[in-house]
Design a binder for this molecule. Structure first.
Ligand code: PRX
Length: 580
């Protein structure tokens, strides 16, 4: 078992410099995540250690040592440079969880580019808004996804399309084929001289209003990611680690790549659809020791029962953690029964870049609670009206954090006002830096919780209309905008509807255009329209036709009213509701 020290020991005299000691990194040295996750590990004598164990959709397997990851990521870095990509340029990675994703991610960072990973299930519209917002210069993708890119490229400032897997003969126009396995070894690459504040990763996340926002991270984030990976995931040198998240979402980069490789852990990736049997088989075969997953997956495993668990040798598992949605107490209790240890809940966000509230190993678990703030994190729940920290145990407020932790997002790309709106105590016209450094400022997460007398945080729900489906945030605005482009739909309001496994699924309430009937054909056509335009995640699982939608007097659709009806909750103050 680990020797990371008790929570209380770690709280005392905590200093983020501990992360530097753990990474053996000294002030003045190169701080580049690409370098720290490959070259440095090799320099520590671990060049031949397995960095990546990968299994694909049809069962094919590959593995890479840290030296291979180093050399191949160099090849990506050099190739991008040769294509004219400059430091600071956004380079999108748009592909399944194939080895090229993980290795090119380091390559982009090595040459100073900003990695912009996007979920490969996104369809052309979802892709377009994110590439447009990021003014993405180059995209790395596979033949399978080229169609979506071709559909939108003419309207974007996207200079370079690189296909890393597929048939080169199928490429069109100026598309370039680059298969790293066939490329020349690049043994030495001079990494871009980044520092703690140099932009590194740009992750898009959904909000209630407007299109998705690009949360910009920096190379200094590695200190937060590595320390939390070491202390909370308890990653040690000999661990075989499996983070089930897709790097299109922040967990898949912060912990599916950076935290793991900065600590030289062997990282496992299974790029195939979910079945409980497949997952257990993967754990058994690779002797996974540390497993980081999400409540939706855990609930799905739970549904398949403990008898299935017993058919596999899962004795290698020594530490389990979860993130992304509320981890219900039953799932924690079940995992003790099934695996002999609980899944430990962790809470954080795209914006925070790393874990904030965690069940620290060794700390007594209160099933259903998210745990306590990670050492070095000052967390509070703020009163809903006064924004003052609540001192009364059990009273619900907004989860907030004192800015200053290393992995905090540095801006929402080109949306300074939205960034400023996430901070209480900062002037409305504050620059992003002022937001983070002004006295008495809180970063407000957009989630509600209460704190019990022992200091444990209990999640209550989101404070906005964002839908969390299976741990993936979906913005209602993006779906509503797409829905009204369908010929049958005049108006739309999108809300989350309770779901046993996914926690929430998307439900659309719509008003039809005159002359349209809502029959099975129309329903199917609307669902498919969204799936093909945005993504399967965004597709409404239910469409309810209404004569009119509830609106405020100023004409804003009141989603919270529809949501309260759906969830059987009190509808609250309706004084702003438009009169009949
Ligand atoms: O609502 C919270 C929920 O997921 C949101 C963050 O989503 P995203 O930025 O996509 O990052 C997900 C992975 C870090 C939060 O605002 N959430 C995350 N973890 C938990 C959670 N809700 C309840 N319990 C958690 N442990």
């Amino acid at each position: 078992m680990s020797n990371i020290g008790s929570y209380e020991q770690r709280l005392e005299g905590f200093d983020w410099n501990i992360a530097k000691q753990i990474l053996n990194w000294e002030e003045g040295e190169l701080l580049n995540i690409g370098h720290m996750c490959s070259d440095r590990i090799c320099a520590q004598g671990k060049a031949d250690k397995t960095a990546l164990i990968w299994e694909g959709f049809s069962g094919e397997k590959r593995s890479y040592t840290f030296d291979e990851v180093r050399v191949l990521s160099n090849a990506y870095a050099k190739f991008l440079q040769d294509q004219g990509v400059k430091p600071g340029d956004r380079v999108c990675i748009f592909m399944e969880k194939i080895p090229a994703l993980y290795i090119s991610f380091l390559g982009i960072l090595k040459m100073g580019g900003v990695a912009q990973p996007l979920f490969s299930a996104f369809e052309h519209d979802s892709l377009e808004v994110r590439l447009r917002s990021a003014e993405t210069k180059a995209i790395l993708t596979t033949q399978k996804h080229l169609k979506k890119v071709r559909k939108i490229i003419d309207d974007l400032p996207l200079d370079t399309v690189i296909c890393v897997e597929g048939n080169p003969a199928k490429l069109k126009g100026e598309e370039i084929f680059f298969n790293v396995d066939e490329a020349q070894r690049v043994d030495q690459f001079e990494c871009f001289e980044s520092g703690p504040e140099t932009p590194s990763v740009l992750h898009y996340t959904s909000g209630t209003t407007g299109q998705p926002k690009g949360a910009q991270h920096v190379h200094g984030s590695v200190f937060g990611q590595a320390l939390t990976a070491h202390w909370v995931l308890d990653l040690q040198d000999d661990d075989i680690y499996w983070c089930t998240a897709d790097p299109g979402w922040v967990t898949g980069t912060s912990y599916g790549i950076i935290g793991a490789w900065a600590l030289a852990a062997t990282n496992c990736v299974l790029d195939s659809g979910f079945t409980s049997a497949k997952w257990y088989q993967f754990v058994q075969e690779n002797k996974v020791t540390v497993w980081y997953s999400a409540p939706t997956a855990i609930r799905s495993l739970m549904r398949d029962g403990t008898d299935l668990v017993k058919q596999y040798d899962l004795s290698s598992l020594r530490h389990l953690c979860s993130v992304g949605e509320p981890l219900n107490a039953e799932a924690v209790v079940w995992s003790e029964e099934a695996f002999g240890k609980p899944f430990l809940d962790t809470f954080w966000q795209t914006e925070t870049g790393a874990m904030m509230i965690t069940n620290y190993p060794g700390m007594p678990v209160k099933p259903g609670s998210m745990g306590k703030p990670f050492p070095g994190i000052e967390a509070a729940v703020l009163d809903l009206k006064t924004n003052e920290p609540i001192t009364e145990p059990g009273k619900v407020g907004l989860i907030a954090f004192r800015p200053g932790w290393p992995s905090m997002f540095r801006e929402y790309r080109n949306q300074h006002d939205v960034y400023a709106s996430k901070f209480v105590g900062a002037p409305a016209d504050a620059t992003p830096e002022q937001c983070r450094t002004a006295d008495d400022v809180w970063y407000v997460s957009g989630d509600r919780a209460s704190i019990d007398p022992d200091g444990y945080f209990w999640f209550v729900g989101r404070d906005d209309d964002v839908i969390n489906t299976g741990g993936h945030l979906v913005g209602p605005f993006e779906i509503e905008s797409a829905l009204i482009e369908h010929e049958a739909i005049a108006e739309a309001a999108v809300i989350g509807k309770p779901d046993e496994v996914n926690m929430e699924v998307v439900k659309a309430c719509v008003v039809l255009n005159p002359g349209f009937e809502f029959d099975d054909m129309t329903e199917l056509s609307v669902m498919n329209f969204i799936r093909k335009k945005l993504s399967p995640l965004a597709m409404p699982q239910e469409i309810e036709v209404k004569d009119k939608l509830p609106k405020t007097r100023s004409g804003k659709i009141l989603r919270r009213y529809l949501k309260a009806l759906e969830w059987g909750e009190e509808v609250g103050d309706l004084s702003t509701l438009e009169d009949d």
